[in-house]
Design a protein around this ligand. Structure first.
Ligand code: C5P
Length: 412
């Protein structure tokens, strides 16, 4: 998706073996619509060539503050000013231990550190992706520097864990290019849910009949996962309670896997005691077998079929919407409705029945398993439509709609 369309980024590389991942990151940033100006330290050029980065970014790479080529279209031999003024963000990946140590002192003896110092603090965010050996990362000096950089307004990302180029295993690897791409894109999303604790339920439930069989439905979980991602992009702390689906967990989101409606209810009841927003996108099975067997039910060859008895599952959302926290507005509840016809009437009726302030309707067969969807929002004031788009685009719009409705949100 073109998440970075119209954005101009400075991608800075300091010295470290993780420079090879910066090549892939550069490509991903360009693919996401950004224009990328690469700036490298002398140490970085020992690990990867400026030619590689030029080919991937489509722009001449700058390495020295003494470079006299016009920069940013201005021929004043001040690359550090010109390049930092035109940037929407400076992303340093990899950020070496030495480079970070330099930044905390405001030292500026090479083009990249000069640009970090010269950037307008109020409008050009600085994002650092550290990469180093685990002992270097754990050293009190590095940890002190990271804390100082954060206090000075830089966004210092966490590091990955695992096998390192030196052969040791531990913390200090640079994040992967796809993780960095997400973190860079997130930088530009409006933080409309900052400070909110959001709980999202997603996917189907599975109601066991015996150890190998069960009752479930076709929900893919895609909408709920997209909502969890959009809420995290918007600055919320997000917990996703997921039925059995194999989708990857959105970055930065805490995931709790559940199987049956009763498992899901237990998890959600606990989480919504402190959450501020609950978005119920799961397709909870309406019924479960009245009893399950520990052993597989066998065919006995007689042609007789087992008669299964079902009981109704609890309505998780209605139960949570009836709690004092939800009724007082401390917890804002959002329900979903998948209907095959008369969407408006059913959505309005469902909103009243569940006792939620906002009900989001979609046409079931049009959405299950698909990557795009269209939504109908029903609240106390009326209805509005979010026209067909990808589930992530809709999730972002929905998050904006929810943020507008939260107690204390600015009117309009
Ligand atoms: O009643 P129906 O299943 O159509 O309602 C859909 C909405 O209610 C969704 O938000 C779904 O997550 C929630 N729900 C629930 N517990 C159930 C059934 C549905 O929380 N047992």
């Amino acid at each position: 998706m073109n998440d970075l369309a119209g954005k101009h980024l400075v991608l800075g590389l300091s010295g470290g073996i993780a420079c090879y991942k910066a090549a892939e990151l550069c490509r991903a940033l360009v693919k996401a619509g950004a224009s990328v100006q690469v700036v490298m330290t002398e140490a970085a050029a020992h690990f990867i060539t400026p030619t590689t980065m030029q080919a991937l970014s489509g722009r001449a790479v700058f390495c020295s503050q003494w470079d006299e080529r016009p920069a940013g279209g201005v021929d004043n031999s001040m690359a550090h000013i010109n390049l930092s003024r035109e940037a929407d963000a400076i992303v340093v990946a990899p950020a070496s231990a030495d480079f970070m140590a330099k930044l905390i002192h405001g030292r500026a003896d090479d083009l990249l550190s000069l640009m970090c110092l010269a950037r307008p603090l109020d409008r050009v965010p600085l994002l650092l992706a550290p990469a180093m050996n685990r002992e270097m990362w754990a050293h009190p000096a590095t940890q002190r520097n990271v804390a100082q950089l954060r206090a000075d307004g830089a966004v210092v990302l966490e590091v990955g864990v695992g096998e390192q180029a030196c052969g040791e295993i531990g913390d200090g690897r640079m994040l992967e290019p796809d993780e960095l791409l997400y973190d860079v894109s997130r930088l530009f999303r409006p933080k409309v849910l900052a400070g909110q604790q959001v709980v999202v339920s997603a996917g189907p439930t599975f109601e066991a009949i015996d150890p190998v069989r069960g009752l479930t439905n076709l929900s893919s979980g895609k909408m709920g996962f997209a909502i969890a991602r959009a809420a995290h992009e918007a600055g919320a702390s997000v917990t996703l309670v997921a039925g059995p689906v194999s989708l990857p967990t959105p970055r930065g989101v805490e995931r709790i896997n559940v199987r049956s409606a009763l498992d899901m209810q237990r998890a959600l009841n606990a989480l919504t005691q402190t959450a501020t927003v609950f978005i119920s996108a799961a397709a909870v099975a309406d019924w479960r077998p009245a009893s399950t067997t520990d052993e597989k039910i066998k065919k006995d060859g007689s042609g007789r079929v087992p008669i299964l008895e079902f009981v109704e599952n609890p309505d998780i959302l209605a139960g949570i919407a009836a709690t004092p926290r939800a009724r007082s507005g401390a917890l804002y509840c959002v329900g979903f409705a998948a209907e095959s016809h008369d969407l408006l009437a059913h959505a309005q009726a469902k909103r009243a029945r569940k006792g939620v302030p906002l009900l989001v309707g979609n046409i079931g067969p049009d959405t299950f398993g698909q990557d795009d969807n269209a939504l109908l929002l029903v609240d106390a004031h009326g209805t509005s439509e979010l026209t067909r788009a990808t589930k992530l685009q809709l999730a972002r719009q929905l998050v904006g709609e929810i943020a507008r409705r939260l107690p204390g949100a600015a009117a309009g």
